[in-house]
Ligand binder design. Structure first.
Ligand SMILES: Cc1cc2nc3c(=O)[nH]c(=O)nc-3n(C[C@H](O)[C@H](O)[C@H](O)COP(=O)(O)OP(=O)(O)OC[C@H]3O[C@@H](n4cnc5c(N)ncnc54)[C@H](O)[C@@H]3O)c2cc1C
Length: 367
């Protein structure tokens, strides 16, 4: 494989397909390269997991489906579901690719990107590509985050394919945000006893910021899990995990806990930046981006889309948040190519364009 393209999008998940739709609207030529297949991360969610953000086809009233990737479509309409599963959402992505005839090369993993004065040199497992612009859209799900020594002994949420496949009656879940509480819900439903450990006790938070608070969907399921009497929520930090005589010893600040089954790590996701790590400046684990274009401050022409976009302490970590930056990236590229970006206006009309971050996108709630 060897090709020169104007715009290369890396990753065919929600972010890659979503930004492609905005570029497609402008008539721009692009190629999406994907290491597995369209919607690969969603296909690997546990079978029972559902979207927490509800889908509803209210697009015609200026309220696009929260999980839609462009102003004209709605997963609720396509799938007939309010809380799609990962497999459902992958089907929505495939339908978009097919309907809009987006160009995707599956089985093409990017391993390294070099910035050159004339553009980007992109190494893939199938050959070399050259691109004037690169849009990085590799997501988080495939890059589990481990936070303490011994984590490799646990089973990360991202490795679980079905809750019914886990053997045992008692489980410890480390991490009590969305994925940890999702694990607790499914396991208690299966009759298991579950202890969830988290030093921040996310189940108690009510800040009004949906990136921090447990969603209403999960809160409702949490009540159901608590009603079984089989769930214990404990404010505690796990310092270390050790194997001990067929059990797992979780070292806590005071004392320890012995788990009879492999502990489930709901410690988050992150990473995926290795091929472009050197092309971004970093603020901890967050790449620093130009606010007006979501572009690298070191390598002009390299853009980021997806949940790792972060500005003014606001994480764009849900579809309805990060989709609002697709027109920002598309119009920045259009401008440099001398292409009219007015076909993107429907994003603005539908509230899918977060342009002036000083005036939008911080959350506070007094109710
Ligand atoms: C359990 C769970 C529940 C969630 N629920 C919701 C929800 O209800 N609502 C919501 O808005 N968000 C939800 N999210 C978050 C949402 O799923 C993610 O933010 C979203 O998937 C991000 O999309 P993405 O395209 O950036 O990443 P992904 O969907 O992970 O796509 C990235 C793609 O890039 C490919 N890739 C990776 N590395 C390379 C490489 N080097 N070369 C080529 N291709 C590569 C991958 O194979 C993958 O297909 C949830 C996440 C999880 C884990």
């Amino acid at each position: 494989m060897s090709e020169k393209v104007d715009i290369l999008i890396v990753g065919a998940g929600a972010a890659g397909v979503g930004v492609a739709l905005a570029l497609h609207r402008l008539g721009l030529k692009f190629l999406i390269v994907e290491r597995y297949g369209i919607g690969a991360s969603f296909r690997h969610w546990p079978r029972e997991t559902r979207f927490i953000t509800p889908s509803f086809t209210a697009n015609a009233f200026g309220l696009p489906d929260l999980n839609a990737l462009n102003p004209e479509t709605s997963p609720a309409f396509t799938l007939g579901k309010e809380h799609p599963s990962g497999l459902d959402y992958a089907r929505y992505l495939e339908a978009l690719v097919e309907h809009y005839k987006l160009r995707v090369e599956n089985g093409t993993e990017v391993t390294h990107v070099e910035a050159r004065p004339e553009g980007f040199r992109v190494e893939t497992r199938r050959g070399l590509l050259e691109a004037r612009f690169v849009v990085w859209a590799t997501g988080e799900f495939q890059f589990p985050q481990a936070l303490f020594p011994g984590s490799e002994l646990g089973l990360h949420y991202g490795q679980i394919r079905r809750w019914t496949a886990l053997e045992g009656e008692e489980f410890v879940v480390i991490g009590g945000y969305e994925s940890g509480l999702d694990a607790a819900y499914h396991l208690t439903r299966l009759g298991k006893r579950v202890v969830v450990l988290d030093p921040a006790a996310p189940w108690e938070k009510q800040t009004g910021e949906p990136s921090q608070d447990v969603s209403p969907y999960t809160r409702e399921r949490l009540w159901q899990a608590q009603a079984t009497g089989r769930l214990e929520l404990r404010r505690a930090r796990v310092r270390q995990l050790r194997a001990q005589n067929g059990h797992y010893r979780l070292v806590l600040p005071r004392g320890h806990l012995l788990a009879p089954t492999i502990p489930i790590l709901a410690t988050g996701f992150g990473g995926g930046f290795e091929p472009v790590q050197h092309l971004f400046e970093w603020n901890g684990a967050s790449p620093i981006l130009r606010e007006e274009s979501d572009e690298s401050t070191l390598a002009p022409g390299l853009f980021l889309v997806g949940p790792k976009v972060n500005h003014r302490s606001t994480a764009f970590c849900f579809v309805y948040k990060f989709r609002s930056r697709f027109p920002v990236v598309a119009s920045a590229i259009a401008k440099r190519l001398g292409v009219d970006s007015s076909p993107l206006e429907p994003y603005r009309e539908q509230g899918m364009w977060a342009e002036n971050l000083a005036r939008c996108c911080t959350s506070g709630c007094v109710c």
